[in-house]
Ligand binder design. Structure first.
Ligand code: SAH
Length: 201
């Protein structure tokens, strides 16, 4: 579905860049999380990347989102390795009992859905913490962040304040912004859990 070659990132945006980064951290058989299934694009991408021996948990609180996701997975023969969870991502630790290689968050509201049902820091922040707890060394968490809707900027600010508090000896945090696009353009944050270097153990 996605190439690992950077020249194949078309269009180059936060979503494709997130896929590119996640692709480097996942492998066949890995366990991964889609924290916001939405229309299922990330779920399908993750299912493809981990293969039939892998495990994907995809969370969403809206049945409509999970129905769209299920349809996309069926169409692409990717249902076997995916567990669709109709619950808030803040419950991640109740469902996921394995170290994960990646977790993807696509914040905001469901495209062509209920625009008032948005992700909020009171739940996305605990979910992010739970995902980082479960992350294996070398694994990555991606957050596509939207600030153009009411509540978006507040959520982004709270998530970023938390990320600034993470130990630089444990996590690498990068923020990819677009200085020449409109301010509300979604941006990407990626967080890697560091691996111990040989000789440093
Ligand atoms: N803004 C993106 C899509 C985001 S979809 C775009 O434009 O492409 C975000 C999804 O998060 C929605 O389907 C919504 O139902 C879901 N969501 C909201 N709160 C949630 C929660 N606590 N746990 C899991 N999913 C949640």
């Amino acid at each position: 579905m996605e190439g690992t070659n950077f020249t194949m990132l078309k269009p180059l945006n936060s979503l494709t860049l997130a896929h590119f980064l996640v692709k480097q951290a996942v492998f066949p058989g890995a366990a991964v999380v889609d924290a916001t299934a939405g229309r299922g694009r990330d779920t399908a991408f993750l299912a493809q990347a981990v293969g039939q021996d892998g495990q994907v948990w995809a969370f969403d609180i809206q049945p409509e989102a999970l129905e769209s996701t299920a349809a996309l997975l069926t169409q692409n023969h990717l249902t076997e390795q995916v567990t669709l969870v109709c619950a808030g991502h803040e419950h991640l630790a109740e469902y996921v009992h394995r170290p994960i290689a990646a977790a993807m968050f696509n914040l905001g509201y469901l495209p062509s859905g209920n625009k008032s049902l948005i992700t909020r820091a009171e739940t996305s922040l605990p979910a992010l913490k739970a995902a980082l707890d479960k992350l294996r060394p070398g694994g990555v968490v991606t957050l596509v962040v939207y600030t153009g809707h009411p509540g978006g900027a507040e959520e982004a600010a709270q998530l970023e304040t938390f990320l600034e508090s993470l130990s630089q000896h444990e996590f690498d945090v990068l923020k990819f912004t677009y200085p020449n696009r409109v301010k509300s353009n979604p941006y990407l944050i990626a967080i890697w859990k560091q691996q111990l270097e040989v000789g440093n153990v």
